[in-house]
Design a protein around this ligand. Structure first.
Ligand code: ADP
Ligand code: MG
Length: 445
């Protein structure tokens, strides 16, 4: 299956080719054909499965293929729960709309309102926004949605969890005409509020569920091993490389210096490792990558420079010698294996320094992770106690203590330690009791 089999415009195919996206992901394969037919979509799929392009491509196709309803109003509105995500979607849009007249603007909280008013006055065709700030602009009449052709809700469940239902409904009202197409993406479709709002906002939607949202990548076996210190990590790594039946391995480290040190050690033991670090120039990097692709080296040691985009089908194992700082990076890293239907193994070494990152990953995956051990190499470290409480959302405790709401109702019994929520940033899974607008500085003003 190629992008060209999905009915996409030649101009988009050219761009995709240029961006080196060859094969559509599963959600893209199912959502794009429905999206470009103008039908409503209610979709879920796991993180990192390429949902952004699954909605941006049909949106761009509409720009190319159909006339606007009005000259003035935005044609496509994408709503996301957080500013960070809005920025990411905006960045992805810019790779697609560069050099076209289909310009866009980013409307998120925390930025100057009047600058946004000015940007909206230029009649952008795409608006990528967080719901609170966009609702403010509707109120202020700095934008109108009568001519909106496509409303896209990314991570709808998170928006509802963050208390944006009222804003979503207001936006829906402002754009409620018969010809509007609505695409709703959510980590889960079982969430009762999602079902509710979907039945009001979508018109006979095509339901698409690819894999299960918060479920682990089934092609990748994920293992986590606790370690006491660097020497212990090293010993565990040696053992893993000795006992695992691997084809090719990518090892991720925290810093360039670690990459170089580890590569040297592996080579001293004749393990045919090569380092790909950020301080090499592009030619050197390309040459290392092509050697690795040709299987001249069994092991590639790198930092996050290689966590995205690499697609080498012989990679059977990904080892996180250090945990990534950002939880999403974890998904990108392990996604270097288990590609195109192959099975893969991901092994993460979690020491005291990795603990915070590990907890972020655990929350991001919406799973309670248990640890594996390697016989003879069991350590003493069992995880850190959470830092002293910092109140994240100021709210008076009521008689009925508010309970952090889980989005993944398929796993209601797995309870995350609530204490961790207090120290998390938005973008992690922070659940705020619904229907109260949260004081949430990173999301909205
Ligand atoms: P999701 O929203 O489902 O979590 P994203 O849309 O953020 O996933 O995509 C995750 C990563 O996969 C991004 O880095 C994106 O550029 C990349 N990606 C998306 N589609 C493809 C594709 N067809 N082929 C290769 N990489 C892709
Ligand atoms: Mg996404």
């Amino acid at each position: 299956m190629h992008f060209k089999d999905l009915g996409l415009d030649q101009r988009l195919l050219k761009k995709l080719n240029h961006l080196a996206f060859n094969k559509p992901t599963e959600i893209q394969q199912t959502a794009i054909p429905v999206g470009i037919l103008g039908k409503d979509v209610l979709a879920s799929s796991k993180t990192g499965s390429g949902k952004t392009l699954a909605f941006l491509l049909p949106a761009m196709q509409r720009m190319y293929r159909s006339k606007p309803f009005t000259r003035r109003d935005p044609r496509v509105l994408v709503l996301t729960p957080t500013r960070e995500l809005a920025k990411q979607v905006f960045a992805q849009l810019r790779t697609l709309n560069a050099g076209t007249p289909y310009d866009g603007t980013l409307i998120v909280g925390g930025e100057n309102f009047n600058d946004q008013v000015k940007a909206l006055r230029n009649d952008p065709m795409f608006v990528i926004a967080t719901p609170g700030r966009l609702a403010d602009h509707l109120e202020h009449r700095s934008t109108h949605l009568d001519g909106l052709e496509m409303l896209i809700l990314d991570e709808a469940d998170r928006m509802l969890d963050l208390g944006f239902e009222a804003q979503l409904r207001r936006i829906h009202e402002a754009a409620s005409h018969r010809r509007r197409q609505t695409l709703m993406f959510s980590a889960t479709l079982d969430h009762e509020d999602v079902v509710d709002i979907a039945s009001d906002m979508l018109n006979a939607p095509k339901r698409l569920s690819v894999g299960h949202s918060a479920e682990e990548h089934t092609d990748i076996t994920q293992r986590f091993i606790l370690c006491d210190h660097l020497d212990h990590k090293q010993a565990l790594l040696d053992k893993v490389l000795e006992t695992e039946d691997y084809n090719q391995v990518i090892i991720f480290t925290a810093t360039r210096a670690d990459t170089d040190r580890l590569t040297k050690e592996l080579n001293e033991r004749k393990l045919k490792a090569v380092a790909l670090s950020g301080n090499l120039n592009q030619t050197q990097r390309n040459s290392i990558m092509s050697q690795f692709e040709r299987d001249c080296h069994k092991i590639l040691v790198t930092t996050d420079v290689a966590s995205r985009g690499l697609d080498i089908d012989k990679v059977s194992h990904v080892i996180n010698f250090d945990m990534p700082k950002h939880a999403e990076e974890y998904v990108h890293r392990i996604g270097r294996t288990g590609r195109a239907g192959n099975k893969g193994d991901a092994i993460s070494l979690v020491g005291p320094k990795d603990w915070k990152s590990f907890k972020n990953v655990e929350a991001f995956l919406k799973q309670n992770i248990s640890f594996s051990t390697i016989e003879g190499l069991e350590g003493k470290f069992k995880g850190l106690k959470p830092a002293p409480k910092k109140k994240f959302v100021k709210k008076k405790p009521t008689a009925n203590k508010p309970v952090a709401k889980k989005t993944d109702s398929a796993k209601p019994k797995k309870k995350m330690d609530k204490r961790y929520y207090d120290n998390m940033a938005v973008g992690d899974n922070v659940f705020v009791p619904k229907k109260k607008k949260p004081v949430n500085p990173a999301t909205e003003d």
